[in-house]
Design a protein. Sequence first.
Length: 150
Amino acid sequence: MKVIASFALAASVVVCSAPAFAQFAKPEDAIKYRQSALFVMSQNFGRVGAMANGRVPFDAKVAIENAEIVADLAQLPWAAFGPGTDKGNTRAKPEVWTEQAKFKEHSDKLVADTVKLVAAAKTGNIDTLKTAFGSTAASCKACHDAFRGQ
Ligand code: ASC
């Protein structure tokens, strides 16, 4: 009985600590899904960046709208890096799967940064937005450096 109970506990620990991957009909769909989310995120992030870097005039309403889309989309890609989605039309490095805890640290950091980006946009202060944009961009880059190949 004890053996069964401790086995059940061990099994549930494994299940609970495993990353939550979404279901996709085929691996290509997962790859397309995460790339699409990242692409749309980058487009909206770029619009915030254009304001943060003074390439277009600062419009707080537009900054908030775009930052909110970035924050929403930043939550999506990670569930699509499930087993078997490491091959095909992807630049994801094997480390995504061999260093899952580190990968999750990076994605968690991005999600947290994008929440701060929205808060920064809502202050209406361009310098606050610049700072938040800079740290979010640094998170994008750190993860790409570690986990995205050529
Ligand atoms: C973007 C984008 C990225 C990141 C990165 C930040 O807008 O498409 O990949 O920001 O360039 O360093």
